[in-house]
Design a protein around this ligand. Structure first.
Ligand SMILES: CC(=O)SCCNC(=O)CCNC(=O)[C@H](O)C(C)(C)COP(=O)(O)OP(=O)(O)OC[C@H]1O[C@@H](n2cnc3c(N)ncnc32)[C@H](O)[C@@H]1OP(=O)(O)O
Ligand SMILES: CC(=O)C(=O)O
Length: 528
């Protein structure tokens, strides 16, 4: 197995993405997780850019990493000054990183239009910036910005800039598809040409503007490139960078390249989610390899086949990247989906049992009315329990009322709910306020029930989604409400559908409460 070095730039190029910003503390935590995954180089930021990045390089020195090297990023020196007078180069050295990576211009158009200097001067500043760093930092990489566009416009000049980096003894020359417009077939031909002139080890840094960043990176490896730059979840400027969450498993499992160990690869999904969490962005459920849907099977034909052999509809075993197979329930389900779900919920069910068909018919009819169980597995589990007669009724609702009132144009509306519940022989009548009718109803229901079931205090409403279903007309349309709830141990989704938004919310809230009570009872029974 040949070795490909992984260079992560989530903490630098990743933060150039719209909506993404990390605190120094976040960056340190992410650096530790990247190190645990086996990333070889972690680009921590641009110390010449802002105080936060300066602080990162100061603080990371106090941390103990097991193997990753820390890289600081910057540009070649400004024109008309010597490297030792250049603020950016000086701050790079002062950051005392293991590696410095600087970018320079390859494309004659950029030299003329962005730097506004002569082509010759650009070659000089590439050479002497790298030469300056080489004698002061253990390792120096050169990011040849816009390399592929530059090569297409003026191949001779583009190669000349790389030769300047080679002459200055850069340890790796990284070919960048900065604007992300290069096609895989162009990239392969260009790398073959570069190899005729450059003997320094090559790296690749691609952007995803044509949706080819991962493909381009993998083709580059096929052409003998030894370093891949990318980010976790593909975060990065504009459409993002090459996604390391796709590149790493492809290198390891499909191209037999040495990069991370099998054990480290199993941490991939957890790392992807950790970075989403710190970036405060909802994970992309359809993300290859690590997304919730990456190994989620919906069509009955697929579910039936994967139960016979998972490889029928899975390109690799999800456990290898820390993910898992999921079976979804919908109107595209067959008996296999229901049986797979029953097994997941540890419910005994027989494929020949008429109740299986009854549940299937019930789901299809409910989905036709607007229910959706893919994101509401707790409601589905309760539905199965009801059909099988194992559902326990912990309480009944005698009635509820919600009042929404706005007393003056300038005042916030007031919401209040009253509920009457019956638990055992006892009737409880409570009222509560909320910042809207659903919140008031949730508060009133809990207030009434927590007295009998204190475990409900642990439940938090984590997400609330409303969808107007297309079949209706205007405000008379049906509404689907999906609620995500959670406690210390888990999260669960429930659903309600009605023409009335409060009623739809009420159904989803009741399922959420019932689900929690069932789970608590099951846990208690196991302990006994
Ligand atoms: C391809 C990439 O992703 S490169 C990384 C891009 N990332 C960032 O820009 C984020 C961090 N950047 C910053 O904090 C700021 O832009 C700084 C501190 C680097 C520079 O700020 P300022 O001095 O105010 O310059 P400003 O941002 O307006 O313009 C960029 C300057 O860099 C110069 N520059 C651009 N590329 C290079 C290069 N390879 N070598 C030398 N100078 C360069 C430009 O010519 C321009 O300088 P000028 O206005 O004197 O001609
Ligand atoms: C260096 C870099 O980030 C780029 O060329 O995209």
């Amino acid at each position: 197995m040949s070795l490909v070095k992984l260079y992560d730039t989530t903490l630098r190029d990743g933060t150039q993405a719209e909506d993404i910003s990390f605190l120094v503390e976040d960056k340190l935590r992410i650096a530790h997780r990247l190190d645990e995954l086996g990333i070889h180089y972690i680009e921590g930021g641009w110390p010449g850019s802002n105080p936060k990045d300066v602080a990162f390089f100061k603080d990371i020195k106090k941390e103990k990493l097991s193997q990753a090297k820390i890289a600081a990023f910057g540009s070649t020196r400004r024109a008309k000054i010597t490297p030792d007078k250049d603020h950016n180069l000086k701050t790079l050295v002062q950051a005392e990183p293991d590696v410095c990576t600087i970018f320079g211009k390859t494309w004659d158009f950029h030299v003329r239009e962005a730097l506004r200097i002569s082509l010759e001067e650009n070659v000089e500043l590439i050479f002497d910036s790298l030469e300056f760093l080489k004698s002061r930092v253990p390792e120096v990489f050169y990011d040849a910005e816009h390399f592929f566009d530059g090569y297409k416009a003026n191949p001779e000049y583009a190669i000349k800039t790389l030769k300047a980096a080679q002459d200055a003894k850069a340890d790796c020359i990284v070919l960048c598809d900065t604007n992300g417009g290069t096609m895989p077939f162009e990239l392969v031909d260009i790398i073959k040409e570069v190899r005729k002139h450059i003997s320094t080890p090559l790296g690749i840094h691609t952007h995803n503007d044509s949706d080819c960043a991962v493909a381009n990176s993998l083709h580059a490896v096929d052409q003998g490139i030894v370093q891949i730059q990318g980010t976790i979840n593909g975060f990065g400027e504009r459409c993002g960078n090459a996604n390391l969450c796709s590149i790493i498993p492809a290198l390891r499992l499909k191209m037999q390249k040495e990069c991370v160990s099998d054990e480290q690869l199993k941490k991939l999904r957890a790392l992807s989610r950790f970075v989403y969490e710190l970036a405060n962005i909802s994970p992309n459920k359809h993300q290859p390899y690590v997304g919730n849907s990456a190994f989620a099977h919906k069509g009955g034909v697929h579910v039936s086949a994967i139960q016979r052999h998972p490889e029928t509809y899975e390109h690799l075993r999800p456990e290898l990247v820390g993910n898992m197979t999921r079976v979804l329930i919908s109107d595209l389900s067959g008996r296999s989906n229901i049986l797979a779900k029953a097994e997941e919920f540890q419910i005994n069910m027989d494929s020949k049992d008429p109740v299986t068909l009854e549940i299937l018919d019930n789901i299809k009819e409910m989905e036709n009315r607007g229910y959706q169980f893919e994101g509401a597995e707790a409601s589905f589990e309760l539905l199965m329990k009801r059909a099988l007669g194992t559902h326990r009724k912990f309480f009944s609702i005698i009635g509820f009322r919600c009042i929404d009132e706005k007393r003056h144009e300038d005042q916030k509306p007031l919401s209040e709910a009253t509920v009457m519940v019956k638990v055992g022989g006892k009737i409880e009548h409570t009222a509560a306020e909320g910042n809207g009718p659903v919140n008031a109803l949730d508060n009133a229901l809990r207030k009434a029930l927590e007295k009998f079931y204190p475990k409900l205090k642990e439940v938090k409403l984590l997400d609330y989604k409303v969808r107007v279903l297309p079949a209706g007309q205007g405000t008379a349309s049906s509404i689907r409400v999906l609620i995500e709830s959670g406690d210390k141990e888990s999260r669960w989704g429930t659903v309600g559908v009605s023409e009335n938004i409060v009623d739809a919310s009420y159904q989803a809230l009741i399922d959420s409460i019932e689900y929690k009570l069932h789970k608590s009872e099951e846990t208690e029974n196991v302990k006994k």
